[in-house]
Ligand binder design. Structure first.
Ligand SMILES: [Zn+2]
Length: 254
């Protein structure tokens, strides 16, 4: 069993009390991902990858994901104005990350891996980690936290296979081939390929503007087309992320 919340508390306590367990914490967002997909790939993908990594070593446990994330931005998530996109303030996310890390550390845990699935979360996760570690130092607890975004583990070889016509960057992959392929592999019931809207990758000016302009975003809500997504690509992407992340976790923590 890799999901810690499915354990009874005494089994969990015995697994973590010596501080040698590695706790993986997936962090996502609830955000529209086009008409062809559910609104939770940013949660389900890092959760599944964390479970895949944890399956490789009995030292690793997966915590329940933080499902809400920082506000969707036009140039990376389509923006915070689509029905269904449900975001929290940066300071709320910082506090949630901090509180959850402090709580798990008080159980005895000292090694954490935050697996991010939503680009906009990034710097708020850094702040939550920093404040948690500072807080814990005052309690005499020294913990270590690894922070990663799963797409950074997709190798150049895999990029060339999955994007044979050229790769336009992770930022416009919102609802595109990467996430849709992974969801076809992990949760096909959440994808309907017949509803994919085919369009060129979105292009944006070099600046942002506030309030954001919905006209910058394709009306589908996706920033590139998922037309070429496949279960096979999803399996490839999943495996390369699990292998790579397990490599990093082993190197630092096991
Ligand atoms: Zn996403």
């Amino acid at each position: 069993m890799v999901n810690l919340e499915l354990m009874d508390w005494q089994t969990y306590a015995a697994r973590v009390k010596d501080g040698n367990a590695v706790i993986m914490l997936p962090i996502g967002a609830i955000e529209q991902h086009g008409p062809h997909m559910s609104m939770n790939p940013d949660v389900l993908i890092p959760k599944a990858i964390s479970e895949g990594v944890a399956g490789k070593s009995s030292a690793i446990l997966v915590a329940p994901p933080i499902s809400y994330g920082y506000k969707s931005q036009v140039k990376s998530g389509g923006g915070n104005f689509f029905p269904g996109t449900t975001c929290i303030n940066g300071k709320t996310l910082i506090d949630v990350v901090k509180d959850v890390l402090v709580a798990y550390a008080r159980h005895g845990n000292r090694k954490f891996v935050l697996v991010n699935g939503h680009f906009e979360n990034s710097m708020f996760l850094v702040e939550g980690i920093d404040l948690a570690l500072e807080h814990l130092r005052h309690e005499g607890i020294q913990a270590q936290v690894m922070l990663l975004s799963y797409w950074d583990y997709v190798t150049q070889d895999t990029i060339e296979t999955v994007f044979p016509d050229g790769f336009t960057g992770w930022d416009v992959e919102h609802g595109g081939v990467l996430e849709t392929s992974l969801m076809l592999h992990l949760h096909p019931e959440c994808v309907n390929m017949e509803k994919v809207v085919h369009h060129h990758p979105a292009t944006f000016p070099p600046y942002d503007i506030f309030p954001p302009e919905p006209s910058w975003v394709p009306s589908s809500g996706t920033l590139s087309s998922a037309k070429n997504a496949s279960e096979e690509y999803g399996r490839l992407l999943f495996n390369v992320c699990v292998e790579g992340i397990f490599g990093s976790v082993s190197e630092r923590f096991i």
